[in-house]
Design a protein around this ligand. Structure first.
Ligand SMILES: [Zn+2]
Length: 207
């Protein structure tokens, strides 16, 4: 096989889910496609996160594949609502302009930090930023941005930005009002899953 195909397929291999034994989960950072009797699934593993999500219906023919179930687990206890609250404060100050931040988790210490992102261009309808470099044990878990005076929603620009990323994306809107609007989604290598921010504890069997 062409060495470029070897490289491409090693980044996202396809696995036949066994029928008579348990699937051995991916336990190093990467992505796999799982061929199962109950559909085609995406498996995503990161230092802070593990998920299996269905991406296509089962094949309409008999296959030798076994079953898999949905999974969503985080490597930390709770999502950092204090970091989101800090971001909302910053976003209020900068409103009506937009702004953006990363919420970074340190795997060694378990600590969180909010990093406001350096803007290269900003206005009430857009923000462009420089992306920071993280330390060895640091992982960007949440990618937050504000919509100034507008509602919280994921725009086509947001969808383009999040394509292929693995992170929790959050948008905060209506920053001039006492009650802001907020929307969160899990981006798992291009698959978007709505995430109620109050209840994203990792759980097996359902998402
Ligand atoms: Zn947006």
């Amino acid at each position: 096989m062409d060495s470029r195909d070897v490289a491409l397929q090693s980044v996202m291999s396809t696995v036949m889910v066994p029928h008579f034994s348990e699937l051995v989960e991916l336990d190093t950072p990467g992505n796999r496609i799982l061929m199962a009797s109950n559909g085609i699934w995406l498996e995503v593993c990161r230092a802070w996160f593990y998920a299996r999500v269905p991406i296509a219906k089962p094949l309409s023919m008999a296959t030798p594949y076994g079953l898999v179930s949905e999974a969503l687990r985080f490597g930390f206890g709770k999502l950092p609502s204090a970091m989101v609250a800090q971001f909302i404060e910053q976003a209020r100050v900068r409103s009506p302009n937009e702004c953006a931040a990363w919420v970074v988790w340190n795997q060694q210490t378990g600590e969180w930090k909010l990093m406001m992102l350096e803007e290269t261009s900003v206005g009430p309808g857009h923000v462009s930023v420089n992306l920071p470099t993280l330390g060895e044990d640091e992982y960007m878990v949440m990618d937050l941005h504000s919509h100034g005076l507008l509602d919280a929603f994921f725009s086509s620009t947001d969808n383009d930005d999040d394509r292929g990323a693995t992170k929790i994306a959050g948008v905060i809107g209506n920053l001039n009002k006492p009650e802001v609007t907020a929307l969160f989604r899990l981006c798992a290598n291009g698959v978007f899953l709505p995430l109620p921010f109050d209840s994203p504890k990792g759980q097996e069997g359902s998402i």
